[in-house]
Design a protein around this ligand. Structure first.
Ligand code: ATP
Length: 376
């Protein structure tokens, strides 16, 4: 059992015309033994390339990957003690389920045939596919193929599992079910797992930690709650959470008790926090999550209250997504700016309601407008 360490890894692809694409840019992550780490980010951010470098399917332009004490940069994929599950499942169509599952073991170990058969049968029964061992992939449903692909990785009992969007071809219900099942399986097996997804909900619900990438660069690595409560920068703040965080352009004015972030529609007194914020200059972005905004009836009477009118209410079942316009805005005008709050589904909020939005001081985030880095 061992840590997997990515040390300053970079991948540069050279295009036919000589142009260069920096797909992964100086990324360092220590993946703990037994950890479930999710690599997440928008399309093209470099997550698959990172995973493929760990697998050995892509060369590493710069940096070092270690598995325990071994530097694995130049070790061929089959000798890395790593098993990968692909989005496409990549099962061999002409082989039975049994043969598909046994193949990797036959290639990478000297285990006798009957032991391989035993391991395949045990794993198949654990995965609930014991009845399917004689079928070929073409005779299986998508969900069954997915289990075979997982089973094929598990049977090898590798040091590390690498999974590239393994659930994305399943329908929503099966995907949710498999998420839970995969997590449980990983906890039982205690095998280090690096899991790639572009879906922030999947990342936040499955990962012990998440590593968030954008443009090939690592933006933050932390537990889902750390990334949610203490986003390192604007990108993470915007990427994590659904609906997304609201952002307002502000300027830091004044000092001491009278210091405030002043914006187009409202001012937000910051008091003593100003000293901390001033390190970022004067231009800032105030962020507040929809679920942190408290809506109430009445008129604004506190420093962190803003008068609003409800524009549109979108019920989603367990909650309402409420689009709000500032009181100084004309509702429905083309350039009216709305922001979003969520309230419990039982609460009746209607379009046209005039309310107070309270933005609690302990829930706000402030970012430097220039660098995007969190100031608080
Ligand atoms: P997706 O979620 O869409 O799969 P990703 O985050 O996994 O995206 P990568 O597949 O790692 O992103 O790609 C990162 C960048 O590297 C992209 O700009 C992509 O176009 C580029 N890239 C990937 N593979 C190659 C290649 N073989 N040759 C040239 N460029 C590549």
């Amino acid at each position: 059992m061992a840590e997997t360490r990515l040390e300053n890894i970079t991948k540069v692809f050279t295009e036919d015309d000589g142009g260069e694409i920096i797909a992964v840019d100086d990324v360092s992550i220590d993946i703990e033994d037994g950890e479930f780490l999710v690599l997440v980010g928008p399309s093209g951010c470099g997550k698959s390339t990172t995973l493929r470098m760990i697998a050995g399917l892509e060369s590493i332009t710069d940096g070092v990957i270690r598995l325990g004490d071994r530097v694995i940069n130049d070790i061929p994929p089959k000798n890395r003690d790593i098993a990968m599950v692909f989005q496409s499942y990549a099962l061999y169509p002409h082989m039975t389920v049994h043969e598909n599952m046994a193949f990797g073991l036959q290639e990478s170990t000297d285990l006798p045939g009957d032991e391989i058969d035993d391991r395949v049968e045990d794993t198949a029964s654990m995965m609930g596919i014991g009845e399917l061992l004689d079928r070929k992939p073409g005779e299986l449903s998508g969900g069954q193929q997915q289990r075979v692909a997982l089973g094929r990785a598990i049977v090898r009992d590798p040091e590390v599992f690498l999974m590239d969007e393994p659930l994305s071809n399943l329908d929503a219900k099966l995907r949710a079910q498999m998420r839970t099942e995969l997590q449980r399986l990983q906890e039982d097996l205690e095998t280090t797992t690096v899991y790639v997804t572009h879906d922030q909900t999947e990342a936040m619900t499955m990962g012990d930690r998440v590593a968030i990438l954008d443009g090939g660069e690592l933006q933050q690595v932390g537990t889902p709650l750390e990334c949610y409560h203490q986003p390192a920068n604007l990108f993470v703040a915007d990427f994590v959470g659904e609906p997304s965080m609201n952002f307002f352009d502000m300027t830091l004015d004044g000092q001491g008790e009278t210091a405030a972030l002043t914006g187009e529609h409202f001012d937000y007194p910051v008091g003593e926090m100003a000293t901390e914020l001033a390190e970022g200059g004067t231009e800032m972005i105030l962020g507040v999550r929809p679920e942190d905004i408290e809506l109430r009836e009445g008129t604004p009477d506190g420093p962190h209250d803003v008068g609003v009118t409800v524009d549109v209410v979108e019920p989603t079942g367990d909650e309402n997504i409420v689009y709000l316009a500032f009181d100084d805005e004309e509702l429905g005008s083309v350039d009216s700016e709305t922001f979003v709050a969520t309230v419990g589904g039982m609460r009746t909020v209607q379009s046209g309601d005039r309310l107070v939005a309270h933005l609690p001081e302990d829930a706000i985030h402030v970012f430097d407008s220039n660098s995007g880095q969190a100031l608080r």
